[in-house]
Design a protein around this ligand. Structure first.
Ligand SMILES: [Zn+2]
Length: 472
């Protein structure tokens, strides 16, 4: 008995040693994988700047970078990937996300080809911890290019509990709030709708601290005032008033009310804004926006997805199969909505017609448009919803190439990172998505992902599927 137990102990320790060595070998293999060069042969490269396809290209990837984009470069040690029939695009960005779930959903971004995100409001401590885990290689996830922390708002008893807000009323409070946000590690200031005095004081303090202001257009601030105060991006599509002949009167009443400390009169209805659309006035305001290099994140997805929730269509999204059970449960409507009527659908169509008009105006003036989705809310599957946003932008009148730019080159330019990110060019970081079909022929082809390159590391279809299945 003694002998046999000794034998058993020996076997265990032997096994232990074997496991130990295979672990070491595995480490060596995986580190050599990360350091491996890849040559994607004969691939069609999408030039997002020109909106064109360069076919028959060989793309060499190594040391985290795109080493060469050209023809028939031989690379002795590179693993060759057949790119025939495939299309290479820069990886995508999500410019309006909220990452406040109790578990990190970062892998969903990567699995959908989104490698850069801007967080527009979430608890910073948790976000920074996830960011550190990604940097340390403990978790897969996107680059958090910038995070807002707690948005500035007028004191708001109805605030969304998941997004901490900073309530401000006076100029002093506006200034102090900016200092505090900076101390907390916020990269920029996101206004919701702070009062005028607080907004202007906060914007001034942010300028002194070289912190960008990027967020909603507060209701008591006109587009021009926000631009003059230095706001660098406008979130959502709050330009209806700036495109209406009612703007001057409505703003006058709001400023008056702020001065007197009274409640501002109710604003015009959406229908009134539609009816008073003034193209010349709109163009003037948008030209001002463009000439000051102020960009916009229209976030069409929230409205469209809300419609889909109302009409039951959101429950049919194919990407729901990737959503972890706990999250899907929390999204389920308490009471199922009655099906939408033909009149409902007609109203939604008309409403989108007006949205499209604004998007086309922005695009024709040349205002930089960026893709963002306000993900965090129900049925906006992180990462995958960016692809939906691109489809809505095309539906609203952008070409597929213009839509693609809103999630690649335009965000890179916004952050001054266009030398290293945003397009498939020699010398840039190898954050890429290899597609099975041409996104310029049909923007929904961005979802036909063959593989993702994350800083030069290959995640092929099998690996992406494994990631998605593991968390389900
Ligand atoms: Zn938001």
């Amino acid at each position: 008995l003694k002998n046999s137990s000794l034998k058993f102990v020996n076997e265990v320790s032997l096994m232990g040693r074997n496991v130990f060595w295979s672990f070491i070998t595995l480490l060596l293999i995986s580190s050599s994988l990360a350091a491996q060069d890849f040559l994607i042969r004969n691939v069609s490269v999408i030039d997002v700047a020109k909106g064109s396809v360069e076919s028959g290209m060989d793309v060499l990837i190594g040391e985290g970078k795109i080493k060469n984009v050209g023809k028939a470069k031989t690379a002795a040690n590179a693993r060759v990937i057949d790119g025939a029939g495939k299309f290479l695009i820069p990886a995508l960005w999500e410019m309006h996300s909220h990452n406040y779930e109790k578990e990190s959903l970062f892998y969903l971004y990567i699995a959908s080809g989104v490698t850069g995100i801007r967080d527009m409001g979430a608890p910073l401590k948790q976000l920074r911890q996830w960011e550190a885990e990604v940097k340390a290689g403990k978790m897969i996830g996107p680059r958090i290019v910038a995070a807002a922390g707690s948005p500035l708002n007028a004191p708001n008893p109805n605030a969304d509990a998941r997004i901490p807000e900073t309530g401000v009323t006076t100029a002093d409070e506006g200034r102090t709030a900016v200092d505090k946000l900076r101390e907390s590690g916020a990269d920029f200031i996101k206004p919701y709708s702070p009062p005028r005095d607080a907004y202007f004081a906060a914007a001034k303090r942010a300028r002194e601290l070289r912190m960008p202001v990027s967020g909603h257009l507060p209701s008591a601030i006109s587009l021009r005032e926000a631009i003059d105060a230095g706001q660098v991006s406008i979130e959502h599509l709050p330009i209806s008033l700036s495109c209406s002949s009612m703007e001057a009167d409505v703003m006058k009443a709001r400023v008056e009310a702020a001065k007197n400390g009274t409640k501002a009169p109710p604003g015009p209805s959406r229908q009134q804004l539609i009816d008073t659309f003034d193209e010349a006035h709109c163009r003037q305001n948008l030209e001002y926006m463009r000439s000051h290099n102020v960009r916009i994140t229209p976030t069409l997805a929230p409205g469209m997805i809300r419609n889909d929730i109302r009409c039951g269509a959101a429950l049919q999204y194919p990407t729901l199969k990737y959503v972890p059970e706990f999250l899907l449960k929390s999204w389920e409507p308490k009471t199922p909505a009655p099906p939408c009527t033909a009149a409902d659908l007609e109203q939604q169509r008309k409403d989108f017609e007006y949205t499209s008009k604004l998007i086309k105006m922005l695009n024709s003036v040349g205002v930089g448009i960026m893709a963002g989705t306000d993900n965090g809310d129900p049925y906006r599957v992180p990462g995958f919803v960016v692809h939906q946003e691109l489809q809505y932008l095309v539906k609203a009148g952008l070409t597929p190439a213009e839509a693609l730019r809103t999630a690649t080159l335009e965000p890179a330019k916004f952050f001054g990172l266009e030398k290293t990110l945003g397009s498939v060019e020699t010398g840039k970081q190898a954050d890429l998505v290899l597609l099975n079909a041409n996104p310029l022929a049909d923007i929904s082809n961005t979802l036909r992902i063959d593989s993702v390159f994350l800083k030069g590391k290959l995640l092929d279809r099998a690996e992406l599927d494994r990631m998605l299945a593991a968390k389900k």
